[in-house]
Write a protein that binds this ligand. Structure first.
Ligand code: BEZ
Ligand code: FE
Length: 288
């Protein structure tokens, strides 16, 4: 084999430049990437203009990123890569709650609330009581688990997408399970919303005539000492986009039962109009 680059030996030539002090895992990941990337180029044979368009696309993807706009995560999401990595890393389940994409709208410093608090600060949307327990796969309660929740508002935007329009920290909060593993909060019935499509990822979806909506959901990140951190959603059962999620995040087990409850006493206790919607959802954690 020549030291010089040839189409035939392109993979070997590039892989052959790796030095003896290379990090083993980095070498494995990049050797594999080069192998598949060169195979893709040899099969797809982009023109020079198409190649330049691709480079420019990635440049634009970087340039539009800021503290609140994560276009690279979005690109990984719409290509199904986020869900593939996520699914391959959580294959062996024995009754635990399934995970799904994190998405770009999580922020770690949401306000901490007590059981029953209302996280819907803009008062929009249909009120909903969301509650359940954090348990292990034998049904035993996990007290003191931290639940971080976030969702879009009735207009289909997260608070961080509408600074100065929505109240800060609208529809997000941190809760802790009690001694019986119980948690609960008031929110708004989620609705579907478009992923940000005014950037390069939006251009890609338009070029492919693809849906840019996500089915209605509520995000959860649940952590407890001794258990694997769980990143998941619950989806509403009646959303028209369940079978066509722009980022492939729907798993059947995450579609929840949002019931209408007619119970004036309970409604008064919760501070909700009667009848009201509720969803009971137990979070089953996997041992670390
Ligand atoms: C989200 O659910 O917040 C989300 C996930 C992936 C891409 C865009 C948004
Ligand atoms: Fe979301």
């Amino acid at each position: 084999m020549s030291y010089y680059f040839t189409v035939k030996d392109s993979v070997k030539v590039v892989q052959g430049r790796v030095g003896p002090k290379a990090n083993k895992r980095a070498k494995f990941l990049l050797d594999t990437l080069v192998k598949h990337l060169h195979a893709f180029i040899k099969e797809a044979r982009p023109t020079m203009d198409e190649w330049n368009y691709g480079i420019n696309f990635l440049t634009r993807t970087g340039q539009i990123c800021n503290e609140w706009r994560q276009e690279y995560i979005l690109l990984s999401d719409v290509l199904g890569v986020s869900m593939l990595v996520e699914s391959l890393n959580h294959e062996k389940m024995s009754g635990e709650t399934e995970s799904t994409v994190l998405g770009p709208f999580y922020i770690p410093n949401a306000p901490q609330y007590e059981y029953g608090a209302n996280i819907c600060l803009d008062g929009k949307g249909e009120p909903v009581w969301v509650f359940g327990r954090v348990i292990d796969n034998k049904g035993r309660p996990i007290p003191g688990a931290k639940l971080e929740v976030w969702q879009a508002n009735e207009d289909g935007f997260y608070d961080v997408q509408q600074k100065g329009i929505q109240p800060e920290m609208n529809l997000r909060g941190i809760f802790h399970s009690d001694e019986k593993g119980r948690w609960g909060f008031r929110s708004a019935y989620p609705r579907y919303y478009p992923i940000p499509f005014d950037g390069p990822v939006g251009d890609l979806l338009v070029a492919l005539d693809r849906n840019y909506n996500r089915p209605a959901h509520l995000h959860f990140m649940v952590s407890a000492p001794g258990y694997e951190k769980l990143i998941t959603h619950i989806f509403t059962p009646d959303c028209p986009w369940l079978a066509d999620d722009a980022v492939f995040g729907v798993k059947e087990s995450l579609i929840a039962d949002f019931k209408m409850v007619d119970d004036p006493a309970r409604a008064a206790e919760l501070g909700l109009p009667n009848p009201f919607r509720q969803v009971e959802w137990n979070v089953v954690m996997a041992k670390a």
